[in-house]
Write a protein that binds this ligand. Structure first.
Ligand SMILES: *Cc1c(COP(=O)(O)O)cnc(C)c1O
Length: 402
């Protein structure tokens, strides 16, 4: 047989026929020279936009010094990054990984081990929520629990009990002698920018305290400023025991982290977990540089201001095109636009207008601009949305007439 594939990349992604070679802030330049306004940020990763000069310099400097050296030795820059993340959060310890799913795996292991170390190894089950997304490894896939992702991969990892988002009675019923913890996204990203009420998070905290369970907030997408605070739990006013991070942590360089209190991490001992690349010096340099920028006074105020502006302007477009759009939701710059037309059609129509967005569950289109987006860029994006909606309304009229 001859090799006939036109692409040798494993065909697991439905890729758009469009490639990019360069980025500048909120803009991407395609291989054909066309400029696109990027409101995907690499799916909530490029929080500081593309080619941020400070990040570029930090990575270039580190590249001349040390790329990799394993976890056999001390890591002064890793120590510093971990200390800064703990100083900014509830946590006492940080494990560095390379992706969101790996940070989540660490969270699951910490949670199970916590109870085992206390002499309760039978407590290994974790309560999760419908519409969740926690990753694509076999463990995080089981936590995600979506049949469409699990199909064909054999029996899912045992130990997850899924209930409806926001259903406190269902959570109470699901708690049993084998329950180890509760895992929830501070705001569901992939699931369609769906939020449970603040009171629900407070009630989960109380249930965990009453039953000796660990509360895990998956902040892989919401963390590192996406919802207008460094971590979304600060906005909720509820503190977790364990918190995986990834997407924006390295500003585009792959790095994940699992944060935990000393109590939650009390089962983790030398040899109980590991990663060859975790805490790689290049990744740590990138993340330290991201923090340098984000912790400057005014950074989150800017993101919050842009959030308000974007939400207001999107709401007025929703009002103008009720046959195309129905609702604006989300926090900070994790904004969802619930569509009436198929969300994929809206993503395509926006791309025709050279505005890049990301689909999500529940027929939602995510607007994920970099946190450094300007007022002018938001105006531009909203004008492009308006034109896309006009084009989609025109199609609907044509369909109705024909
Ligand atoms: C993206 C995401 C993950 C998985 O991260 P990967 O880096 O793709 O493994 C896990 N949880 C949430 C909430 C995410 O948004």
């Amino acid at each position: 047989m001859t090799k006939s594939a036109t692409s040798h990349l494993l065909p697991v992604f439905a890729r758009v026929d469009l490639g990019f070679e360069r980025g500048e802030g909120a803009w991407l330049i395609a291989t054909n020279g066309e400029r696109y306004l990027d409101f995907t940020s690499g799916v909530a990763v490029n929080a500081l936009g593309h080619a941020h000069p400070y990040l570029v310099a930090a990575l270039q400097e580190q590249a001349t010094k040390l790329w990799h050296m394993s976890n056999l030795f001390k890591s002064p820059d890793g120590e510093r990054l971990a200390a800064r993340l703990c100083e900014q959060s509830f946590a006492d310890f940080v494990f560095f990984a390379n992706s969101g799913a790996e940070a989540m795996e660490c969270a699951i292991k910490i949670t199970r081990r916590y109870h085992a170390a206390k002499g309760r190894p039978e407590r290994y089950r974790i309560i999760t929520f419908e519409g969740a997304f926690h990753g694509r490894t076999l463990g995080t896939l089981a936590a995600t629990g979506s049949p469409k992702y699990l199909e064909g991969f054999g029996p899912p990892l045992d130990g997850f009990d899924q209930v409806a988002l926001g259903d406190l009675d269902a959570v109470k019923k699901a708690i049993g002698p084998q329950t180890a913890g509760i895992l929830i996204e501070a705001l569901q990203g992939e699931g369609g920018v769906r939020a449970a009420p603040h009171a629900f998070f407070k009630a989960l905290r109380q249930l965990c305290d009453d039953n000796g369970l660990l509360l895990i907030f998956d902040e892989v997408q919401t963390g590192m400023g996406r919802t207008g605070e460094l971590f979304a739990y600060k906005r909720l006013g509820v503190t977790p025991d364990v918190m995986p991070l990834a997407k924006a942590l390295g500003g585009g360089f792959p790095i994940g982290a699992c944060l935990a209190t000393a109590e939650a991490a009390s089962g983790m001992t030398p040899g109980s977990h590991g990663s060859t690349f975790g805490g790689n010096p290049l990744a740590v340099a990138a993340a330290n540089a991201v923090l340098d920028v984000m912790l400057k006074p005014g950074f989150f105020e800017h993101a919050q201001k842009m959030s308000l502006l974007l939400k207001q302007k999107l709401a007025s477009v929703v009002d103008r095109y009720p046959k195309v759009l129905t609702e604006v939701r989300g926090e900070g710059l994790l904004i969802g636009l619930k569509a009436v037309v198929p969300s994929g059609d809206l993503v395509n129509a926006l791309r025709d207008q050279k505005l890049l967005t990301v689909g999500a569950g529940d027929n939602v289109v995510r607007f994920l601009p970099p946190l450094i987006v300007t007022e002018a860029e938001i105006e531009e994006a909203v004008q492009r949305l308006d034109r896309a909606c006009a084009a989609l309304s025109g199609n609907q009229l044509k369909q109705a007439a024909g």
